[in-house]
Design a protein around this ligand. Sequence first.
Ligand SMILES: Nc1ncnc2c1ncn2[C@@H]1O[C@H](COP(=O)(O)OP(=O)(O)O)[C@@H](O)[C@H]1O
Ligand SMILES: [Mg+2]
Length: 193
Amino acid sequence: MQDLSLHILDVVENSITAGARNIEIIVSEDAGKDLLTIEISDDGKGMDEEFVQKVLDPFITTRTERRVGLGLSLFAESARMSNGHLRIRSNKLGGTKITALFQHSHIDRRPMGDLGSTLMTLIAGNPQIDFVYRHTRDGRRFELDSKELKERLPNKSLASTEGLKLLRKELKTNLLEFLHTAWPGAHKLRDQK
Ligand SMILES: Nc1ncnc2c1ncn2[C@@H]1O[C@H](COP(=O)(O)OP(=O)(O)O)[C@@H](O)[C@H]1O
Ligand SMILES: [Mg+2]
C-alpha cells in the first residue's frame, strides 16, 4: 500500500527511463465532484498500442533485472480501491499520458504523502529534464515550472546550492503552505454529521 506521492515517483521514473525531456505532473482536487485526478505526461519514447493493452498486467515489464513490472498495475489498483481507475494514452511519437482518478473522500483513498520530497528528489535529481508541476484545489492553484525557476538563477542550474535553495523554498514552504490550507470537502463531511 503506497502513498500517492510514491506512485507519482514511480510513474515519473518510467518517464525518465523512457528518455523524456519534458514531464508534466498535474494534480487536481475538486470538492464539488469529490474527485482527485493525477495526470503525468511525458515526451518520452512511448509505447505501441499492443503494449499499452498489456501494460497493466503485473507480469509485463521491459526491464531485465526484474521480471515483474508493478508500478502501473499497483497505481491502477490504488485507483480502483477508491472507486476510480487508471487510463494510459501513449504512442511512439507523442509520448505518454497516465491519468489516475480517485473518489477524493473514499475511505480507501491513499493519502498524498510527502509530495514536496518526491518532487524535490525528481527535479533536483534530473536537472536535464524540464518539469511542470501544477496542483489545483477548487479555485486555487500552485504551479512550479523548473525551466522558469532555472532562468531566475544567476548560474541557471537547479543542481547548484542556490538552485536547491530555491527549489526547497518552492516545495518545502510554498507548496506545503498551499497544501495545508483547508480542503473544503472536510467542512462538508463535518456538516453532514
Ligand atoms: N512513460 C512511459 N514511457 C514509455 N514506456 C513506459 C512508460 N511507462 C511505462 N512504460 C513501459 O511499461 C513497463 C511497465 O511499467 P511499470 O508498471 O512501471 O513497471 P517497471 O517500471 O517495473 O517495468 C515499463 O517497463 C516500460 O516498458
Ligand atoms: Mg515503473
